[in-house]
Ligand binder design. Structure first.
Ligand SMILES: [Zn+2]
Ligand SMILES: [Zn+2]
Length: 338
Protein backbone atom coordinates (compact mmCIF):
# COMPACT_ATOMS: atom_id res chain seq x y z
CA UNK A 1 0.00 0.00 0.00
CA UNK A 2 1.38 3.41 -0.88
CA UNK A 3 2.25 5.79 1.89
CA UNK A 4 1.43 9.42 2.63
CA UNK A 5 2.98 11.94 4.98
CA UNK A 6 0.98 14.12 7.32
CA UNK A 7 1.51 16.77 9.97
CA UNK A 8 -0.76 15.68 12.77
CA UNK A 9 -1.84 17.38 15.96
CA UNK A 10 -1.29 14.33 18.21
CA UNK A 11 -3.34 15.77 21.05
CA UNK A 12 -4.62 19.22 22.04
CA UNK A 13 -1.90 21.79 22.58
CA UNK A 14 0.93 19.52 21.45
CA UNK A 15 3.38 20.38 18.63
CA UNK A 16 2.82 18.99 15.15
CA UNK A 17 4.29 15.58 14.40
CA UNK A 18 5.31 14.38 10.96
CA UNK A 19 3.97 10.86 10.46
CA UNK A 20 3.79 8.35 7.65
CA UNK A 21 0.52 6.55 7.05
CA UNK A 22 -1.16 4.39 4.46
CA UNK A 23 -2.89 6.45 1.79
CA UNK A 24 -6.62 6.13 2.56
CA UNK A 25 -9.17 4.84 0.07
CA UNK A 26 -11.90 7.31 -0.89
CA UNK A 27 -15.29 6.24 0.45
CA UNK A 28 -18.81 6.88 -0.77
CA UNK A 29 -18.97 10.25 -2.60
CA UNK A 30 -15.37 11.00 -1.65
CA UNK A 31 -12.25 11.75 -3.68
CA UNK A 32 -8.60 11.25 -2.80
CA UNK A 33 -6.62 14.47 -3.35
CA UNK A 34 -2.89 14.73 -3.88
CA UNK A 35 -2.28 17.96 -1.96
CA UNK A 36 0.10 20.51 -3.52
CA UNK A 37 -0.42 23.43 -1.16
CA UNK A 38 -2.24 24.26 2.04
CA UNK A 39 -2.59 27.68 3.59
CA UNK A 40 -1.95 28.11 7.30
CA UNK A 41 -4.91 29.96 8.79
CA UNK A 42 -5.53 31.41 12.24
CA UNK A 43 -8.54 29.08 12.45
CA UNK A 44 -6.17 26.11 12.46
CA UNK A 45 -5.77 27.00 16.12
CA UNK A 46 -9.26 25.55 16.57
CA UNK A 47 -7.72 22.14 15.95
CA UNK A 48 -4.39 22.76 17.67
CA UNK A 49 -6.04 24.06 20.83
CA UNK A 50 -9.23 21.96 20.77
CA UNK A 51 -11.58 24.94 20.58
CA UNK A 52 -14.56 23.10 19.02
CA UNK A 53 -16.50 20.37 20.78
CA UNK A 54 -16.01 16.83 19.55
CA UNK A 55 -12.63 17.02 17.78
CA UNK A 56 -10.91 13.64 17.83
CA UNK A 57 -7.12 13.27 17.86
CA UNK A 58 -4.78 12.76 16.17
CA UNK A 59 -6.12 15.25 13.64
CA UNK A 60 -4.59 16.74 10.47
CA UNK A 61 -5.42 20.48 10.25
CA UNK A 62 -5.62 22.59 7.11
CA UNK A 63 -8.55 24.09 5.19
CA UNK A 64 -6.91 26.12 2.42
CA UNK A 65 -6.13 23.26 0.12
CA UNK A 66 -5.25 23.05 -3.55
CA UNK A 67 -4.45 19.69 -5.06
CA UNK A 68 -5.26 17.21 -7.78
CA UNK A 69 -7.81 14.40 -7.71
CA UNK A 70 -5.93 11.12 -7.59
CA UNK A 71 -8.74 8.60 -7.04
CA UNK A 72 -12.53 8.53 -7.02
CA UNK A 73 -14.78 6.77 -4.51
CA UNK A 74 -18.07 5.25 -5.53
CA UNK A 75 -21.00 7.45 -6.62
CA UNK A 76 -18.70 10.33 -7.59
CA UNK A 77 -19.99 11.97 -10.74
CA UNK A 78 -18.80 15.03 -12.60
CA UNK A 79 -15.21 14.94 -11.34
CA UNK A 80 -12.23 13.19 -12.89
CA UNK A 81 -8.84 11.96 -11.87
CA UNK A 82 -6.27 14.67 -12.65
CA UNK A 83 -8.63 17.60 -12.10
CA UNK A 84 -7.17 20.40 -10.00
CA UNK A 85 -9.43 21.21 -7.04
CA UNK A 86 -9.62 23.41 -3.99
CA UNK A 87 -11.08 22.57 -0.59
CA UNK A 88 -11.88 25.13 2.10
CA UNK A 89 -13.46 25.25 5.54
CA UNK A 90 -16.77 23.89 4.15
CA UNK A 91 -16.62 20.09 4.58
CA UNK A 92 -19.45 19.29 2.17
CA UNK A 93 -23.16 18.73 2.60
CA UNK A 94 -25.74 15.97 2.20
CA UNK A 95 -27.77 17.64 -0.54
CA UNK A 96 -31.14 16.42 0.75
CA UNK A 97 -31.81 17.96 4.18
CA UNK A 98 -34.12 20.97 4.58
CA UNK A 99 -31.21 23.42 4.61
CA UNK A 100 -29.42 21.93 1.63
CA UNK A 101 -32.63 22.01 -0.39
CA UNK A 102 -32.98 25.71 0.45
CA UNK A 103 -29.48 26.66 -0.69
CA UNK A 104 -28.22 26.80 2.90
CA UNK A 105 -25.73 23.98 2.59
CA UNK A 106 -23.41 25.68 5.10
CA UNK A 107 -26.01 24.74 7.72
CA UNK A 108 -26.41 21.13 6.54
CA UNK A 109 -28.14 19.01 9.15
CA UNK A 110 -26.17 15.88 8.33
CA UNK A 111 -22.62 17.02 7.59
CA UNK A 112 -21.20 19.08 10.44
CA UNK A 113 -17.92 20.64 11.36
CA UNK A 114 -15.12 21.77 9.08
CA UNK A 115 -12.21 20.55 7.01
CA UNK A 116 -9.16 20.02 9.19
CA UNK A 117 -11.34 20.11 12.31
CA UNK A 118 -14.03 17.44 12.18
CA UNK A 119 -12.20 15.56 9.41
CA UNK A 120 -8.57 15.48 8.30
CA UNK A 121 -7.36 18.43 6.25
CA UNK A 122 -4.52 19.53 4.03
CA UNK A 123 -1.35 19.50 6.16
CA UNK A 124 -0.55 16.28 4.31
CA UNK A 125 0.49 14.87 0.99
CA UNK A 126 -2.96 13.30 0.57
CA UNK A 127 -6.43 13.89 1.93
CA UNK A 128 -9.96 12.67 1.41
CA UNK A 129 -12.72 15.14 0.64
CA UNK A 130 -16.46 14.90 0.14
CA UNK A 131 -17.25 15.59 -3.50
CA UNK A 132 -19.63 18.40 -2.52
CA UNK A 133 -16.75 20.29 -0.90
CA UNK A 134 -14.72 20.60 -4.12
CA UNK A 135 -14.11 23.78 -6.13
CA UNK A 136 -12.64 23.93 -9.62
CA UNK A 137 -9.41 25.94 -9.84
CA UNK A 138 -9.08 28.11 -12.98
CA UNK A 139 -6.14 27.12 -15.17
CA UNK A 140 -4.15 30.33 -14.85
CA UNK A 141 -4.14 30.47 -11.06
CA UNK A 142 -0.92 29.40 -9.37
CA UNK A 143 -1.39 26.32 -7.22
CA UNK A 144 0.73 27.49 -4.30
CA UNK A 145 -0.06 31.20 -4.31
CA UNK A 146 -3.81 30.66 -4.64
CA UNK A 147 -4.28 28.38 -1.62
CA UNK A 148 -5.27 31.23 0.74
CA UNK A 149 -8.16 32.11 -1.55
CA UNK A 150 -9.82 28.92 -0.26
CA UNK A 151 -10.43 30.52 3.16
CA UNK A 152 -9.22 34.11 3.49
CA UNK A 153 -10.33 34.78 -0.08
CA UNK A 154 -13.79 33.28 -0.06
CA UNK A 155 -14.50 34.63 3.43
CA UNK A 156 -13.89 38.23 2.39
CA UNK A 157 -15.27 38.01 -1.16
CA UNK A 158 -18.46 36.31 -0.04
CA UNK A 159 -19.07 38.69 2.87
CA UNK A 160 -18.59 41.73 0.66
CA UNK A 161 -20.80 40.50 -2.15
CA UNK A 162 -23.56 39.58 0.31
CA UNK A 163 -23.38 42.83 2.28
CA UNK A 164 -26.14 44.55 0.31
CA UNK A 165 -23.82 47.28 -0.98
CA UNK A 166 -24.27 48.30 -4.61
CA UNK A 167 -21.76 49.65 -7.12
CA UNK A 168 -20.37 52.97 -5.99
CA UNK A 169 -21.46 52.55 -2.34
CA UNK A 170 -19.03 53.26 0.48
CA UNK A 171 -17.56 50.01 1.81
CA UNK A 172 -15.09 50.04 4.69
CA UNK A 173 -12.60 47.22 5.11
CA UNK A 174 -11.64 47.21 8.77
CA UNK A 175 -8.19 45.75 9.40
CA UNK A 176 -5.37 45.22 6.91
CA UNK A 177 -4.18 41.70 7.61
CA UNK A 178 -4.64 38.32 6.00
CA UNK A 179 -8.34 38.95 5.39
CA UNK A 180 -8.29 42.70 4.98
CA UNK A 181 -5.60 42.91 2.31
CA UNK A 182 -7.77 40.64 0.17
CA UNK A 183 -10.96 42.45 1.20
CA UNK A 184 -9.60 45.76 -0.12
CA UNK A 185 -8.82 44.19 -3.50
CA UNK A 186 -12.24 42.54 -3.76
CA UNK A 187 -14.17 45.63 -2.64
CA UNK A 188 -12.37 47.90 -5.09
CA UNK A 189 -12.76 45.45 -8.03
CA UNK A 190 -16.42 44.89 -7.18
CA UNK A 191 -16.97 48.57 -7.82
CA UNK A 192 -17.29 50.03 -4.33
CA UNK A 193 -15.80 53.22 -3.00
CA UNK A 194 -13.38 51.39 -0.78
CA UNK A 195 -12.00 52.81 2.43
CA UNK A 196 -9.37 50.93 4.39
CA UNK A 197 -9.37 51.34 8.16
CA UNK A 198 -6.37 50.40 10.27
CA UNK A 199 -4.39 51.61 13.27
CA UNK A 200 -1.49 53.85 12.25
CA UNK A 201 -0.28 54.91 8.84
CA UNK A 202 2.28 52.22 8.06
CA UNK A 203 -0.09 50.20 5.87
CA UNK A 204 -1.71 53.16 4.12
CA UNK A 205 0.48 53.07 1.02
CA UNK A 206 -0.09 49.34 0.61
CA UNK A 207 -3.85 49.74 1.10
CA UNK A 208 -3.95 52.35 -1.64
CA UNK A 209 -1.84 50.14 -3.92
CA UNK A 210 -4.32 47.31 -3.36
CA UNK A 211 -7.13 49.60 -4.49
CA UNK A 212 -8.37 51.56 -1.47
CA UNK A 213 -9.68 55.00 -2.44
CA UNK A 214 -9.53 56.37 1.09
CA UNK A 215 -7.77 55.55 4.32
CA UNK A 216 -8.74 56.07 7.97
CA UNK A 217 -6.14 55.85 10.73
CA UNK A 218 -8.26 54.52 13.60
CA UNK A 219 -5.55 55.35 16.14
CA UNK A 220 -5.54 59.02 15.19
CA UNK A 221 -9.26 59.60 14.70
CA UNK A 222 -12.61 58.09 15.59
CA UNK A 223 -13.28 55.68 12.70
CA UNK A 224 -17.06 55.91 13.14
CA UNK A 225 -17.01 59.71 12.89
CA UNK A 226 -14.64 59.55 9.92
CA UNK A 227 -17.00 57.20 8.05
CA UNK A 228 -19.97 59.42 8.90
CA UNK A 229 -18.07 62.37 7.47
CA UNK A 230 -17.86 60.41 4.21
CA UNK A 231 -21.63 59.85 4.25
CA UNK A 232 -21.78 56.63 6.27
CA UNK A 233 -20.75 53.15 5.17
CA UNK A 234 -23.14 50.86 3.32
CA UNK A 235 -21.02 47.99 4.54
CA UNK A 236 -18.25 47.56 7.06
CA UNK A 237 -16.26 44.37 6.58
CA UNK A 238 -14.94 43.70 10.07
CA UNK A 239 -11.85 41.52 9.73
CA UNK A 240 -10.16 42.53 12.98
CA UNK A 241 -10.00 40.13 15.91
CA UNK A 242 -10.39 42.79 18.56
CA UNK A 243 -13.84 43.38 20.07
CA UNK A 244 -13.10 46.95 21.20
CA UNK A 245 -11.94 47.90 17.72
CA UNK A 246 -15.07 46.36 16.19
CA UNK A 247 -17.29 48.19 18.62
CA UNK A 248 -15.62 51.49 17.88
CA UNK A 249 -16.53 51.41 14.19
CA UNK A 250 -20.19 50.26 14.26
CA UNK A 251 -21.30 53.89 14.45
CA UNK A 252 -19.80 54.44 11.01
CA UNK A 253 -22.69 52.62 9.35
CA UNK A 254 -24.90 54.77 7.19
CA UNK A 255 -28.62 54.35 6.43
CA UNK A 256 -29.42 50.73 5.68
CA UNK A 257 -25.80 49.79 6.28
CA UNK A 258 -24.60 46.38 7.42
CA UNK A 259 -21.55 45.44 9.40
CA UNK A 260 -20.33 42.01 8.28
CA UNK A 261 -18.46 40.22 11.06
CA UNK A 262 -15.84 37.83 9.73
CA UNK A 263 -13.09 38.31 12.30
CA UNK A 264 -13.62 35.62 14.93
CA UNK A 265 -13.46 37.39 18.26
CA UNK A 266 -15.26 37.76 21.57
CA UNK A 267 -18.53 39.57 22.34
CA UNK A 268 -19.18 43.11 21.18
CA UNK A 269 -21.89 45.44 22.44
CA UNK A 270 -23.94 47.55 20.08
CA UNK A 271 -26.57 50.18 20.82
CA UNK A 272 -29.98 49.18 19.41
CA UNK A 273 -30.83 52.88 19.08
CA UNK A 274 -27.82 53.36 16.86
CA UNK A 275 -29.02 50.56 14.60
CA UNK A 276 -32.77 51.09 14.57
CA UNK A 277 -32.58 54.78 13.68
CA UNK A 278 -30.66 53.81 10.54
CA UNK A 279 -32.19 50.45 9.57
CA UNK A 280 -28.65 49.24 10.10
CA UNK A 281 -27.57 45.77 11.05
CA UNK A 282 -24.70 43.70 12.36
CA UNK A 283 -24.40 40.15 11.12
CA UNK A 284 -21.98 37.30 10.80
CA UNK A 285 -21.22 35.54 7.56
CA UNK A 286 -20.26 31.94 7.03
CA UNK A 287 -17.14 31.80 4.89
CA UNK A 288 -18.78 30.06 1.94
CA UNK A 289 -19.68 26.75 0.35
CA UNK A 290 -17.73 25.21 -2.50
CA UNK A 291 -19.62 27.17 -5.17
CA UNK A 292 -18.66 30.39 -3.37
CA UNK A 293 -15.03 29.28 -3.38
CA UNK A 294 -15.26 28.62 -7.09
CA UNK A 295 -16.71 32.11 -7.65
CA UNK A 296 -13.89 33.58 -5.56
CA UNK A 297 -11.24 31.81 -7.62
CA UNK A 298 -12.85 32.85 -10.91
CA UNK A 299 -13.21 36.48 -9.81
CA UNK A 300 -9.61 36.50 -8.57
CA UNK A 301 -8.41 35.18 -11.92
CA UNK A 302 -10.49 37.75 -13.80
CA UNK A 303 -9.12 40.69 -11.82
CA UNK A 304 -5.63 39.41 -11.01
CA UNK A 305 -6.37 39.41 -7.29
CA UNK A 306 -4.00 37.50 -5.07
CA UNK A 307 -2.90 37.24 -1.48
CA UNK A 308 0.58 38.21 -0.39
CA UNK A 309 2.12 35.01 0.89
CA UNK A 310 5.08 33.66 2.76
CA UNK A 311 5.80 30.13 1.54
CA UNK A 312 7.11 27.41 3.86
CA UNK A 313 8.14 23.84 3.09
CA UNK A 314 5.68 21.22 4.32
CA UNK A 315 8.23 19.93 6.84
CA UNK A 316 8.35 23.43 8.36
CA UNK A 317 4.66 23.36 9.32
CA UNK A 318 5.39 24.12 12.97
CA UNK A 319 7.50 27.17 12.11
CA UNK A 320 4.87 28.25 9.58
CA UNK A 321 2.08 27.92 12.15
CA UNK A 322 4.05 29.72 14.86
CA UNK A 323 4.88 32.54 12.43
CA UNK A 324 1.23 32.91 11.48
CA UNK A 325 0.11 32.89 15.14
CA UNK A 326 2.71 35.52 16.03
CA UNK A 327 0.80 38.01 13.89
CA UNK A 328 3.99 38.99 12.06
CA UNK A 329 3.22 37.23 8.76
CA UNK A 330 2.69 39.47 5.72
CA UNK A 331 0.02 38.39 5.08
CA UNK A 332 -0.76 34.70 4.54
CA UNK A 333 1.38 31.64 5.15
CA UNK A 334 1.31 28.67 2.78
CA UNK A 335 2.79 25.19 3.03
CA UNK A 336 4.23 23.92 -0.24
CA UNK A 337 3.72 20.17 -0.36
CA UNK A 338 5.74 18.19 -2.92
ZN1 LIG B 1 -9.28 29.78 7.54
ZN1 LIG C 1 -27.79 18.73 4.19
Amino acid sequence: MSKMRAMIVPEPGKPFQLVERDVPQPGHREVLIRVHACGVCHSDSVTVQNLFPGITYPRIPGHEVIGTIEALGDAVEGWSIGTRVGVGWFPGSCGYCAHCRRSEAYACENVHGATGVSRDGGYATHMLADVSSLAHVPASLDTIESAPLMCAGVTTFNAIRNSGAKAGDLVAVHGIGGLGHLGIQFAARLGFRTVAVNRGRDKEALARELGAHDYIDSAAEDPAAALQAMGGAKAIIATVTNSDAMQAIVGGLGAGGTMMLIGATGPISVSPIELLTKNAGVRGWYSGVSADSEDTLAFSELHAIGSMNEIFAFEQAQAAYDHMMSGRARFRVVLKID
